[in-house]
Design a protein around this ligand. Structure first.
Ligand SMILES: [Zn+2]
Length: 327
């Protein structure tokens, strides 16, 4: 395998950590399915003041456009309850009974139902708007975690250290799978189409550089991504992920990904004049057999790196590394 392995620096955070006693954290319960879908249209209506349907619909539109940009705060529960407890009942004017207040946590959101000392419902309140049936904060922390390149475990630990209410792992995985990844995929497809349209309008052939990247080095890799970059614009024009089960062996993933990228571009009618890769043996073979119309070059970085390693190896054997090893 010559492909560059992905850095594993965050791996310690990815495991749930044998070095920590799980009970140390007041962790999320396993049953956090509620965090994804909090379904209470009636509740919404009560909460957001209006009986007027039109007003609610209009608010939904505004809600969706503003939830990302709106300021969010870290609010302490005791400070929040100061406000709730200061409310009075509209029916009997009695104050809120703090001992008769229901609190429910739905991931990052709190839902409070307050009753007066006379037992009337004073207020139902949620700390966040909903996007569909989901607390907006649950969706946003999931998106922020993924898009900032973090792992759930890392961010979840961060929240546990300060007892910040957070979503559970199941919720995160569900949101990632059902909302975030489709959005990423959609954005990538749109971007790719945009790039293709531009290249077509320029009526030019492609000069590409390609390389694969596996989730671990050696022969244990499970996933491999392959990317082809347009050298004229430095933009990625093709990208695939190959899973080991598709090829039967880790060592075949890179070349499989490479072929899929090439075929995809050729099927779209592009002419690939030049391709630069590392000196991957299988890709060299496939290039000469299946894509003879494309000139295959080796990229300078991989070539120089390989020469450097081999040279240093020889020098080391000769016991004179110090004099030559300049990085
Ligand atoms: Zn009352």
């Amino acid at each position: 395998m010559t492909s560059t392995p992905i850095k594993k620096a965050v791996d310690t955070a990815r495991d749930d950590g044998p070095s920590f006693d799980a009970s140390f954290f007041s962790t999320d319960s396993n049953d956090d399915s509620n965090d994804v879908t909090f379904d209470e249209n009636v509740f919404m209506k009560n909460t957001y003041m209006s009986d007027d349907e039109e007003e609610i619909e209009e608010m939904d539109g505004d809600l969706h456009s503003s939830i990302v940009n709106e300021n969010k705060l870290i609010v302490f529960e005791s400070n929040l309850m100061e406000i709730i407890n200061a409310l009075t009942c509209s029916e009997c004017n009695c104050p809120v009974d703090p001992s008769d207040t229901d609190k429910e946590y739905i991931g990052t959101m709190i839902k409070i139902t307050a009753y007066c000392t006379g037992g009337h419902l004073v207020r139902k309140w949620t700390s966040q708007p909903l996007t569909g049936k989901m607390p907006a904060g649950n969706l946003l922390v999931s998106a922020a975690t993924l898009f900032s390149g973090q792992t759930f475990t890392h961010i979840s630990q961060f929240s546990q250290f300060m007892n910040l209410k957070f979503i559970g792992k199941t919720t995160y995985q569900t949101i990632q799978r059902e909302v975030l990844m489709p959005v990423v995929s959609h954005a990538w497809n749109m971007m790719q189409e945009h790039i293709f349209t531009k290249i077509k309008s320029q009526n030019r052939y492609l000069r590409l550089a390609g390389d694969g990247r596996c989730d671990s080095p050696g022969f244990n890799a499970k996933y491999c991504t392959y990317s082809l970059m347009d050298l004229d614009t430095q933009q990625i024009v093709a990208f695939v992920t190959v899973q080991v089960t598709e090829t039967g062996s880790s060592s075949k993933m890179e070349v499989e990904g490479f072929k899929r990228c090439m075929d995809f571009l050729l099927e779209r009618g592009f002419e690939i004049k030049v391709l630069a890769t590392d000196r991957h043996v299988q890709i060299r073979s496939v290039m000469s057999k299946q894509y003879p119309q494309t000139e295959h070059q080796f990229d300078v970085w991989h070539l120089a790196n390989s020469i450097r390693k081999k040279t240093l190896g020889k020098i080391e054997v000769a016991g004179d590394r110090g004099a030559w090893a300049v990085d």
